[in-house]
Design a protein around this ligand. Structure first.
Ligand SMILES: C[S@@+](CC[C@H](N)C(=O)[O-])C[C@H]1O[C@@H](n2cnc3c(N)ncnc32)[C@H](O)[C@@H]1O
Length: 222
């Protein structure tokens, strides 16, 4: 889907929610729930049933589950490759999925204890990935000293770039409020800025009057 079609679709969505809060989409980044809502609305415009997608930071599994619901069509098509470097995160993800999804759909998710910089090792060669989702930072409710690191994140973004098919999306939620967050933001910004404009449309949602609010980067492949 071309970027302008996505924006038009989002614009139509917005018409269903006309109230004072909706004058600016950026307001959707104000709370965690609103951030999730906006991010998933965007993913839904891109992801189709039967697609292959990657969750590069499974955490507690909320994004993995949302992606699974988007790709599963009840006929066994669609795949979600999920990874995290913490076993406890993968266990939470696995439990959430088993509790929330029809057992037939559970097998569409493949979870790996792996650094996202190695994501190319688990996605079968030749597979065109529709979406790669990054939710950076630390595991909510977990050890806050275990965070995503700019160097690994940059390798992972490069791997995601190679895996992504045409009209696909790399979605990156960056948290700037914890130590190291600003450096990671700068690294993601630098990565997005150097992607060629003929092939990529890169943008970000950023709260201009809340410097510590998370920033959503969207890298669309034309
Ligand atoms: C903000 S949480 C993700 C939240 C998750 N998307 C959800 O919906 O609950 C970030 C996760 O990234 C994981 N992580 C940190 N470094 C990583 C790496 N190099 N590769 C993969 N996962 C990593 C952390 O263990 C943590 O669980």
């Amino acid at each position: 889907m071309r970027a302008w079609r996505l924006l038009r679709k989002l614009g139509n969505e917005r018409l269903h929610f006309q109230d004072w809060r909706m004058n600016c989409w950026a307001i959707y980044l104000a709370t965690k729930r609103q951030r999730r809502w906006l991010t998933r609305r965007i993913w839904k415009c891109i992801v189709q049933k039967g697609d292959t997608v990657v969750d590069a930071t499974c955490g507690n599994g909320h994004d993995t589950l949302a992606l699974l619901k988007m790709v599963g069509d009840g006929s066994g098509r669609g795949s979600v490759y999920g990874m995290d470097i913490q076993n406890c995160a993968l266990e939470s993800t696995s439990t959430l999925i088993k509790e929330s999804i029809d057992p037939n759909e559970v097998q569409l998710v493949k979870l790996f204890n792996l650094c996202h910089s190695s994501m190319e090792e688990i996605v079968p060669k030749g597979t065109l990935v529709r979406l790669v989702a990054f939710n950076l930072g630390y595991l909510p409710g977990g050890d806050k000293s275990i965070i995503t690191l700019p160097e690994k994140t940059l390798h992972a973004l490069d791997a995601a770039r190679r895996l992504l098919g045409p009209e696909g999306l790399i979605s990156i939620m960056v948290y700037v409020g914890h130590p190291g967050g600003r450096e990671e933001y700068a690294a993601v910004q630098a990565f997005a800025s150097q992607l060629p404009g003929e092939e990529w449309v890169c943008c970000k949602f950023e709260m201009v009057n809340r410097p510590a609010a998370p920033v959503l980067f969207l890298l669309f492949r034309k």
